[in-house]
Design a protein around this ligand. Structure first.
Ligand SMILES: [Zn+2]
Length: 458
């Protein structure tokens, strides 16, 4: 173990200040590209499609389960799964082990209910009824501009449309009670400052040619999207914060945007894969969805997609099933997810000796979970040494998430699917699950370096 990692004095050292000019150029370019990624890709479908578009340009071929394909060292491949998860990678020179970097592409947000158009007597407008997705502080989504993503079926394919991402586009918002009338609300506990049933969204306040606000809204929606009233319950409507991603701080050292959990790891994993050429071991990046609701379903990390796809890849290499099981068990897997950054306003919620700090590189967590490590998957000392032996000290910090709480990642599901050891590796994020999460441009850069180095391990 290197001597500086848990040395509190070293925590003052700022790695962005001491980065070489070559690294600083890469840090800036990466941050710029990351801002664009965040702006253009918010949903799981969009992030999967972003990866595929990028990979196809670089010669990655789509593999389908059960179909023959020529596979040799250096072959670049991807498997799609239900448009909401994807497994991609490069075939290695040896057949002993795999390296898997698993991220998630779903983001806490607000969904609309199947019958969401709501018009109550005397409310003076049309509102939309919602159902929130993932662990959020509900009050943070009130008085926030929200854009709308709409998934509908057109000619047998999913059509994705957005309202609210262009400068002249309207947005939507959940109203909150003015402070002058909030005497009763101010007595509520944090979880109930805004209750789930108080998350109705403002969507229009004119009737046009109709006698009802809702009819005018439906007409305008159809004009804009082609979706008719009878189609509404069969489409997916999702609301995300409409704040454009921005640099934070005069030195532009941080990035503020929603969807960085776990967009930053998904983006970094693909950038890391792009750095690889002919890895020793087959290197794989997998995007799962539904992490924020328990990793369930066919696109979640609890599904068999990952093991099915890896088995199929090895079938194509004519590897026997008993050897396949051995290869999977010998694999190294990274649960690539964000962790908590030390919050300057809530220092007591962190253990100062182990909290991740800005500009100190990617955080490596031996375990996650909460209370008595509940829900965790603990990495053994053998794996930690294997992971860090080739890493530069400036790229990582060892951390554990905090006190009074905690959270799980896909680590335990990756380890159960493959029967291999897994470790959590990802950058810290402040304001996690809020409409404006904050990360560090240096930590993003370090995350790419670390994932690339782990996937390229000898
Ligand atoms: Zn996450």
């Amino acid at each position: 173990m290197n001597e500086e990692v848990n040395d509190t004095r070293a925590r003052d050292r700022n790695l962005l200040d001491t980065a070489s000019s070559q690294d600083k150029t890469e840090i800036q370019e990466l941050a710029q590209e990351y801002l664009q990624f965040l702006r253009q890709n918010m949903t799981d479908r969009e992030r999967v499609q972003w990866a595929i578009t990028l990979l196809q340009k670089e010669g990655y071929a789509e593999f389908k389960m059960g179909q023959d394909a020529e596979v040799k060292p250096g072959t670049k491949f991807y498997y799609m799964n239900k448009s909401k998860s994807v497994l991609c990678g490069i075939v290695g020179k040896t057949q002993e082990s795999l390296t898997v970097v698993g991220t998630h592409v779903d983001v806490p947000h607000v969904d609309l209910k199947p019958n969401f158009v709501n018009e109550q007597a005397d409310q003076g407008c049309v509102t939309l009824k919602t159902h929130y997705y993932g662990g959020i502080k509900k009050y943070l989504f009130a008085t926030t501009p929200l854009l709308m993503k709409i998934n509908s079926m057109k000619d047998g394919k999913v059509l994705v449309q957005t309202i609210g991402d262009q400068p002249d586009d309207p947005v939507f918002t959940i109203p909150d009670l003015l402070v002058h009338l909030s005497q009763n609300q101010s007595e509520r506990k944090m979880r109930e400052v805004i209750k789930a049933e108080e998350m109705k969204v403002l969507a229009g306040s004119t009737k046009g040619e109709f006698t009802k606000f809702s009819d005018n809204f439906l007409k305008l929606l159809e004009e804009r999207t082609g979706i008719t009233k009878k189609d509404l319950p069969y489409c997916e409507f999702q609301l995300f914060p409409a704040y454009p991603p921005k640099y934070v701080g005069l030195d532009k050292s941080m990035i503020g945007a929603s969807g960085q959990d776990d967009g930053i790891c998904s983006f970094a994993a693909i950038k890391a894969l792009q750095k690889l050429h002919a890895p020793e071991h087959t290197s794989v990046v997998v995007f799962h969805s539904y992490e924020e609701t328990g990793s369930n379903g066919t696109a979640g990390a609890q599904s068999n997609f990952m093991s099915f796809a890896l088995s199929d890849l090895m079938d194509k290499q004519h590897i026997t099933s008993s050897k396949q099981r051995n290869i999977m068990s010998n694999s190294v897997a990274i649960a690539a997810d964000v962790t908590a950054l030390f919050d300057v306003n809530f220092p007591a919620s962190h253990d100062r000796l182990t909290a991740a700090v800005l500009n100190k590189g990617v955080a490596i967590a031996r375990y996650t979970g909460s209370a008595g490590k509940s829900g965790s998957s603990e990495a053994p000392v053998e794996l930690i040494h294997k992971i860090i032996q080739n890493l530069k000290k400036k790229w990582f910090q060892m951390e554990s998430m905090g006190i009074n709480g905690g959270g799980g990642t896909t680590a335990k599901y990756l380890s159960q699917q493959l029967n291999c050891e897994v470790i959590d590796v990802g950058p810290g994020v402040m304001n996690m699950h809020s409409p404006f999460e904050v990360s560090s441009v240096y930590d993003l850069f370090a995350t790419v370096q670390v994932y690339a180095q782990i996937m390229g391990r000898e």
